[in-house]
Design a protein around this ligand. Structure first.
Ligand SMILES: C[S@@+](CC[C@H](N)C(=O)[O-])C[C@H]1O[C@@H](n2cnc3c(N)ncnc32)[C@H](O)[C@@H]1O
Length: 266
């Protein structure tokens, strides 16, 4: 891919999603965008850039961001976070709290908010509580997968067997085994498209916990700072932010302090 063309893609992706591609992702961009070229039957990348420019609805931009973003995730990823939330939740319940608000800020295909839902339901026993989880992502395709909530059996190995039976249906599609999320988890979660690089966000808060994991690595300090000030606004006092283990926020937080690696409290 010619450098001028790559720079144009880089600028669009940064301006629209805050994703900083750096200088070495030409091959990745070319491979992923060529998928769109084939689907749109366009001859080359220049023609695709023209097409993007003319598309005032920004529908193709959404498709471009869909193919560019990296959606790797898994059930119980960084499981210490879920152990930690389970403990906090029990403490909050003991103190009489009955309303809980959580946000999975880059939820990908749903494994993160569904793991959270399982963790929370497992704490509440017979308590009459009001739990809501907001799960957002920039990619419409990946959000649809999250809403569908159907996962190949081999991707569910980290889910304890007792929870599989309690919260998933076993189904078969074309001879392959899948686990389908049951409604008791789904009804706790609202999935929405949200671009983390375009604050302010429409939510009011206050939130008990925010998961913003393995997404800030794609942003530069300018985007990250604006996002973190929204996180600080939305968290309640005593609420927690969870980041990916590889994402250190040292020096970037005003209202939050670190309690453990990748866990911060307001
Ligand atoms: C690597 S996945 C992380 C998923 C999950 N949080 C986890 O830790 O397993 C990163 C997700 O961030 C989303 N993403 C990238 N840029 C975004 C943006 N500007 N706004 C919202 N989501 C974004 C991607 O679509 C992708 O689903």
């Amino acid at each position: 891919m010619e450098i001028e063309i790559y720079d144009k893609f880089k600028k669009i992706i940064y301006d629209k999603a805050g994703i900083n591609l750096g200088d070495k992702k030409q091959a990745l961009v070319e491979a992923r965008v060529s998928k769109r070229l084939r689907e749109l039957q366009l001859p080359d990348l220049k023609a695709y850039l023209q097409f993007l420019k003319k598309d005032s609805s920004e529908a193709e931009l959404v498709n471009l961001l869909d193919v560019i973003s990296t959606n790797v995730t898994s059930f119980y990823r960084e499981s210490v976070h879920f152990d930690f939330i389970g403990e906090q939740m029990k403490g909050w319940l003991r103190k009489g709290q009955r309303k809980f608000r959580f946000w999975s800020a880059a939820c990908s295909s749903g494994e993160e908010p569904y793991t959270l839902a399982v963790t929370l339901l497992n704490c509440i026993e017979n308590n009459n509580v009001d739990i809501r989880i907001l799960a957002t992502d920039i990619s419409t395709q990946i959000l649809q997968k999250a809403i569908d909530g159907v996962y190949p059996a081999e991707k569910t190995g980290a889910i304890p067997a007792e929870f599989i039976d309690k919260y998933f249906n076993r189904i078969t599609i074309n001879g392959e085994k899948y686990f389908q999320v049951q409604d008791k988890l789904k009804k706790l979660i609202t999935f929405k498209r949200l671009n983390l690089s375009s604050p302010p966000f429409p939510m009011k808060g206050p939130m008990d916990c925010i998961f913003c994991r393995n997404v800030m690595i794609y942003f530069d300090n300018i985007v990250r700072k604006k996002l973190l000030s929204e996180v600080e606004r939305l968290l309640k006092k005593g609420g927690y932010l969870f980041t990916g283990h590889a994402e250190s926020l040292t020096g970037q937080l005003c209202a939050l302090r670190s309690v453990k690696p990748s866990i911060y409290v307001k």
